[in-house]
Design a protein around this ligand. Structure first.
Ligand code: CA2
Length: 152
């Protein structure tokens, strides 16, 4: 694609509650704060950013279908759908663009049901347990992948 590479940052169910509960696990930042951090990072890295959240699996899937032709890379925190959704994983598999999976918490230190991800086998990279900084790290990695035209 011409111009600045574009990245879609997608957030799954309940991440709109960030900063309102469970600060010991997820920190004090709101999702708006995270969007702001991502906007700053994207500007610094020369990426065009689209930051979205939905509580609806079908909405996330529809956005991923649009992303097949509209964006160059995807950063996704699928939230609980990470551990449950074959449909979301199938939608991600249909995109021939780099995907980076982000989790704010260290899912491997938590309940066993959070240890499995349907998304990880599809991801170019995974950032786990780095707090909301994980989104910035993912964008930094995405900038490198897109500069080198790495697909997966
Ligand atoms: O650590 C992550 O980023 C998770 O993707 C967050 C999900 C969880 O289901 C995954 O296992 C790990 C939960 C997102 C909901 O976040 C909330 C934040 C504050 C208050 C309530 C929920």
């Amino acid at each position: 694609m011409m111009g600045m590479p574009s990245v879609l940052v997608l957030n799954g169910p309940n991440l709109n509650l960030l900063g309102t509960r469970e600060p010991a696990v997820y920190g004090y930042e709101t999702l708006d704060d995270v969007a702001g951090r991502c906007r700053e990072a994207a500007a610094r890295l020369g990426l065009a950013l689209d930051f979205r959240q939905s509580n609806a699996e079908h909405q996330l899937i529809d956005w991923l279908h649009e992303a097949r032709t509209q964006v160059d890379g995807i950063v996704i925190n699928p939230a609980a759908l990470t551990h449950t959704s074959v449909a979301l994983a199938d939608a991600l598999s249909a995109i021939a663009k780099p995907v980076i999976e982000v989790h704010i918490s260290n899912v491997h230190k938590r309940e066993a049901f959070r240890h499995h991800s349907f998304v990880s086998p599809i991801a170019s990279g995974i950032i786990v347990g780095c707090g909301t900084q994980g989104y910035v790290l993912a964008l930094e990695r995405m900038a490198v992948l897109l500069a080198n035209e790495v697909v997966s």
